[in-house]
Design a protein around this ligand. Structure first.
Ligand SMILES: *[C@@H]1O[C@H](CO)[C@@H](O)[C@H](O)[C@H]1NC(C)=O
Ligand SMILES: *[C@@H]1O[C@H](CO)[C@@H](O)[C@H](O)[C@H]1NC(C)=O
Ligand SMILES: *[C@@H]1O[C@H](CO)[C@@H](O)[C@H](O)[C@H]1NC(C)=O
Ligand SMILES: *[C@@H]1O[C@H](CO)[C@@H](O)[C@H](O)[C@H]1NC(C)=O
Ligand SMILES: *[C@@H]1O[C@H](CO)[C@@H](O)[C@H](O)[C@H]1NC(C)=O
Length: 761
């Protein structure tokens, strides 16, 4: 029996970012809907002219504060919503919209995905078109849920959708019309790890992970979300008007990262399918393994068979090759990348130097210079210098540290634990310096004392200053958020990478989405990072991991389900993959590491673009028989095939995996002599039209498309084509090469990555 872990990276994992200057935006006028939340007035007031006027005035005033004049605001606003939704529609220049957005832009992964500029929802956006995912039912399999979070308040929600058959363990937790289900599954866990204490055997989240992922996929708009008192703006999920349900399958007591067992996962899938969820999100995973041994793959197969879309995290085992997990072709597998928002906190030295760091920690109690001390110089008599330098537990001498800011070196120990150790020794602040040359990844953590995380170069400046003076002193500025100056997305270092070790002919991961420094709801029954001596609770928290990326895609899938209720899981996946981008916010290729461009092994199709996924033009569709043919092509015998079908499926012909109608094209082994042909079929889901193929050839491989023009007369029509690959070199090569196939009608661009992993003789 395999054990699963969840894919939140511990504070050890680090992230890569490069800093450039921001380029100015062009002045383009567009219609925006400015969303300010909900009105709180009584129903009886609704029709009064006075109320209408009051609301309109407040909107004019709101906009005037950004545009500079009430006159301009009045001209711009063409509709004020005054009943339930508090918002207005206005024609604005992009620059002005961005200016207003910048006012409160911290929880901005959805802004980064162009769903809106915070508060501004474009009328043609997926959010608006899909009515915010209203009444779609999205669930996760995770550590449970904190039901009292405002992200799951049912204020303003109508009756629960009639099809819902799920329940809530009412003796242990209270559900409502937003959080419509909460169950727990522990039999498998208890069988192996022993009986759970009755007080924890509930659907309640004692870890924080499940609450974070559930609110990321479907949490309400919550204004003034606070992370340990830091005002983080408006929190919201991808499908903010969806109904959500929690299936708890992970239990924390064994090991810090918790465990989630196969049999509990399967039981949860079984109930989720019974309960009629539309979308299932799993930010958990084990080692990549054969599909018939993989609970998530088996459970997901049965869910997909019933029309449920299943989204899983790719894992945090990167950046090594072949680390991606949850690779079944009926799953959407999600990698993690950065967004352009930074939480900055500067270190001011008494000598005048200003160093830029990252932080989401509280401020120092006074605005004055505090004495600084190198942790190595503050070592306790019985501690080693090496351990003290890293601020490990019980290595700092309280007599030397009290009232000071301690300078700690980054290493393998948990970042937040370092500041906790410094705090226990009496320090008022901590500065964390990267220890590896060129390491310019800095993390905004919520430390227990004022703190700032510096790059390697800035750390060297700081250490030199400490050496240069007898009484070094400094100040840490309170953190503030900054947008748009950072090149993003770039792949998170920890995000698991391809190739797919279970089926090399299927590209995994499928897509990347924001997964670094994500702010979402948290459980107030948990201490952050499991530090028993850190007794702070927070309604929202900042977390990183493919665990955080996965629910971003799940939220988008909820919206796509709302717009296209008839689409299969494969059609939705195809739409997401073929509309993704390989470029960052500076229109340069997404990076995988320092000066290293990312490949499909990092991000599959690329970075998700939700607004484009709504109208992909064409999709590569698949049905249950295709999946069974795929398993047959894997060489699975009739015994293990029964895991997936009731026995009526006969696996007798030789199925070529290369022809599996996946939206990306991967040839694990290309034969050096002669040509290899790959078949694909496209289905029209847009307007009738003629599409032309364009190929970006992988290095050393010539690719042609036959036919190279496809005309679709009506919706639902299918057309097939061949992709013919021929190596231009005759000798063996183990270097993976990448290209792309693009079908375009001028309006829709249907882009598939082409991957050739090796050329064999
Ligand atoms: C269950 O947990 C409670 C609260 O932590 C504790 O007081 C009690 O001793 C535990 N019981 C068992 C059987 O471990
Ligand atoms: C050093 O001594 C203190 C006090 O006796 C003790 O609490 C601590 O654990 C010791 N630290 C190490 C690293 O041995
Ligand atoms: C600071 O001094 C220590 C001890 O003398 C030395 O090892 C270190 O290299 C110096 N650091 C810098 C940045 O000058
Ligand atoms: C079928 O395949 C499984 C997994 O490889 C293997 O354990 C089993 O022995 C096979 N059964 C038969 C009848 O070949
Ligand atoms: C490619 O990899 C295979 C398997 O690891 C190895 O046997 C072969 O020698 C390699 N070929 C080249 C050209 O490196």
């Amino acid at each position: 029996m395999a054990s699963f872990k969840f894919h939140a990276s511990t504070a050890l994992s680090y992230v890569l970012c490069l800093c450039l200057l921001c380029s100015p935006a062009l002045a383009i006028k567009r219609a925006y809907v400015v969303y300010l939340g909900e009105h709180s007035h009584q129903d009886s007031d609704l029709y009064s002219a006075e109320l209408k006027q009051r609301v309109a005035d407040s909107h004019h005033q709101f906009l005037a504060s950004s545009l500079g004049s009430k006159q301009r605001a009045r001209e711009a606003i063409y509709n004020s919503y005054h009943n339930h939704i508090n918002g207005f529609a206005a024609v604005l220049e992009e620059e002005d919209a961005a200016k207003i957005a910048r006012k409160k832009h911290t929880t901005n992964s959805w802004e980064f995905l162009n769903m809106n500029a915070e508060g501004f929802i474009r009328r043609d956006s997926l959010w608006k078109q899909a009515n915010f995912g209203e009444d779609i039912i999205i669930a996760n399999l995770d550590t449970g849920v904190w039901p009292d979070s405002k992200s799951f308040s049912d204020e303003g929600y109508g009756p629960i959708p009639a099809k819902w058959r799920g329940t809530c363990d009412k003796t242990k937790i209270s559900c409502n019309k937003k959080l419509i289900g909460a169950r727990y599954f522990s039999k498998g866990y208890e069988e192996i790890s022993g009986k759970l204490n009755a007080s924890v055997k509930t659907p309640v989240d004692h870890e924080g992970h499940g609450t974070h992922t559930l609110s990321t996929l479907g949490g309400n708009f919550v204004h003034g979300a606070k992370v340990f008192g830091f005002n983080a703006g408006t929190a919201k999920g991808g499908s903010p008007r969806a109904r959500v349900a929690s299936y708890k399958v992970c239990w924390p007591p064994v090991g810090k990262n918790g465990e989630c067992f196969d049999s509990d996962i399967l039981e949860a899938f079984d109930w989720a399918i019974h309960d009629q969820v539309d979308v299932l999100s799993l930010s958990i995973g084990g080692m990549p393994t054969a599909y018939f041994n993989d609970a998530a793959a088996i459970g997901a197969f049965h869910a997909v068979k019933k029309g449920i879309v299943v989204i899983c995290s790719a894992g945090n085992e990167g950046p090594g090759e072949g680390t991606v997990t949850n690779v079944a072709p009926w799953i959407i597998t999600v990698g993690a990348s950065t967004i352009s928002r930074e939480f900055l906190s500067y270190v001011k030295l008494r000598n005048g130097k200003l160093l830029k760091g990252a932080s989401l920690s509280g401020p120092l109690s006074m605005m004055k210079f505090y004495p600084l001390i190198n942790a190595a110089d503050a070592k306790a008599v019985n501690a080693s210098v090496d351990k003290a330098l890293l601020c490990e537990a019980e290595t700092l001498d309280p007599n030397k540290v009290k009232g000071k800011i301690v300078v700690c070196l980054r290493g393998e120990n948990d970042r937040v634990a370092k500041s906790l150790n410094a705090y226990h020794a009496g320090a008022v602040g901590m500065i964390l310096c990267n220890n590896e040359e060129n390491a310019n990844d800095i993390s905004a953590d919520a430390h227990i004392i004022a703190a700032s995380h510096l790059t390697y170069d800035d750390g060297q400046i700081l250490y030199a200053y400490l050496n240069s003076t007898k009484y070094p002193a400094g100040y840490i500025t309170p953190p503030s958020s900054h947008l748009g100056q950072l090149r993003a997305p770039s792949m998170a270092v920890f995000s698991s990478r391809g190739p797919n070790t279970v089926t090399p002919d299927i590209l995994k991961p499928d897509i990347t989405a924001p997964g670094v420094d994500i702010i979402a709801a948290f459980s107030e029954e948990v201490y952050p990072d499991g530090h028993e001596t850190d007794h702070r609770v927070t309604p929202f928290n900042i977390e990183s991991g493919t665990s955080m990326a996965c629910p971003h895609v799940s939220g988008v899938v909820g919206l796509l389900k709302k717009i296209h209720p008839g689409w299969s899981a494969a059609a939705i996946k195809s739409a997401i993959i073929t509309t993704a981008t390989t470029r960052d916010n500076f229109r340069r290729l997404i990076l995988s590491g320092p000066r290293k461009e990312a490949t499909p092994f990092d991000y599959g199709g690329g970075h998700i673009q939700p607004n484009l996924a709504m109208d992909p033009g064409l999709v590569y569709d698949l049905n249950v028989d295709d999946y069974l043919n795929f398993l047959c092509g894997m060489g699975y015998n009739s015994t293990v095939m029964k895991t997936f079908s009731d026995g009526s499926y006969n696996c007798h012909h030789k199925y070529n995996l290369l022809n599996f109608n996946y939206p990306s094209i991967t040839v694990g082994k290309l034969s050096a002599d002669g040509t290899t042909t790959v078949l694909r079929t496209l289905k029209n889901v847009g307007t009738p039209g003629t599409y032309r193929a364009r190929v970006l050839q992988p290095q050393g491989v010539s690719v042609s498309v036959l036919p190279s023009t496809l005309t679709f007369d009506k919706i639902g029509q299918e057309k097939s084509f061949e992709l013919i690959l021929e190596p231009k070199i005759t000798k063996e090569s183990n270097n993976s090469v990448f290209g792309e196939l693009l079908w375009s009608d001028g309006k829709h661009n249907v882009r598939s990555p082409i991957v050739v992993s090796s050329i064999v003789a």
